[in-house]
Design a binder for this molecule. Structure first.
Ligand SMILES: Nc1ncnc2c1ncn2[C@@H]1O[C@H](COP(=O)(O)OP(=O)(O)OP(=O)(O)O)[C@@H](O)[C@H]1O
Ligand SMILES: [Mg+2]
Length: 262
């Protein structure tokens, strides 16, 4: 079903799309418990686009998995009032034996969409990610960028208020990534979704987000946050994007220096 204006308005009525409240996470390691995330508190407002930025191994995916409900915090709590968030990873994780359309329909079926509505809805979602005509294509017939578009359409098929993205464009070439940045920004603005987007690419973080949250390493803590007021449409090569990226990169370098190379 298409998101109606009233539904989009409803999304704005709750006070947060995700609340991460004093969350710590430890894993059992060879030398005892290893503290990976330390006392993270972060709210994602309804309709907000937040990027989590940090060095490799700082705990970004761990935090995203906690918000997704795939794992539980050692300490603290996580709320996602809109229900189970939609997830998108670096690898598309599409089923290769199904067509693009059927991959999306599977998500619709799991959501409880009636059988006779699924095809139309899958086609609408493919159109939203600008992939009309790909309904009958199998995964191996699609380029990397097209696969990520289908994966995005499948995530949107869950009709969740909150979309969690873990480096979804990291494996794509620069031009394809740039096009998908535009598409994601457009879709985010059209649907009023809340997005929590993980990346270690500073320019990508600044290009996309309303707020960038920098995590320190070992353990992961919130080191600093930036509100990104740069108006849309943004380009990765915009002077304002470049300037802020330099500042954030300096901070990120400082974090890596403090905690060693990964
Ligand atoms: N299930 C687990 N069991 C034990 N250790 C884990 C587990 N999951 C993650 N870790 C450890 O937690 C730390 C953070 O891992 P995580 O994958 O969250 O980092 P990341 O910031 O996403 O890194 P990258 O940018 O490379 O994806 C790493 O030291 C990792 O080895
Ligand atoms: Mg990761």
């Amino acid at each position: 079903m298409a998101t109606t204006f009233a539904e989009a308005e409803d999304r704005v009525a709750v006070s947060h799309a995700a609340r991460i409240d004093h969350v710590s996470k430890s894993f059992a390691g060879p030398t005892g418990q290893q503290l990976v995330l330390d006392d993270i508190s972060l709210d994602v407002a309804p309709g907000e686009f937040v990027t989590l930025l940090g060095a490799s191994g700082c705990g970004k995916s761990t935090l995203l998995n906690l918000v997704a409900g795939l794992d539980r915090p050692t300490v603290g709590s996580i709320e996602t009032p809109g229900g189970r968030p939609a997830l998108m990873f670096q690898e598309h994780a599409l089923f290769p034996w199904l067509t693009a359309g059927k991959n999306i329909e599977l998500a619709l079926r799991l959501r409880g969409v009636a059988k006779n509505e699924r095809r139309g809805e899958a086609e609408r979602l493919l159109e939203l990610v600008r992939l009309s005509g790909a309904y009958g294509k199998r995964v191996h017939e699609l380029s990397g960028g097209m696969r990520q578009r289908v994966a995005l359409a499948r995530a949107l098929a869950q009709d969740s208020d909150l979309l969690l993205m873990d480096e979804p464009f990291a494996a794509l070439d620069a031009i394809t990534r740039d096009v998908l940045h535009d598409e994601l920004t457009r879709i985010w603005r059209e649907t009023k979704l809340s997005v929590l987007f993980v990346t270690h690419n500073v320019r990508e973080a600044v290009r996309l987000a309303e707020r960038v949250v920098l995590l320190s390493s070992r353990p992961g803590r919130i080191a600093r946050q930036w509100e990104i007021g740069i108006p849309h449409p943004r380009r990765i090569e915009d002077a304002a994007v470049a300037e802020l990226s330099v500042e954030i990169t300096e901070e990120l370098r400082g974090e890596i220096r403090r905690h060693g190379q990964h």
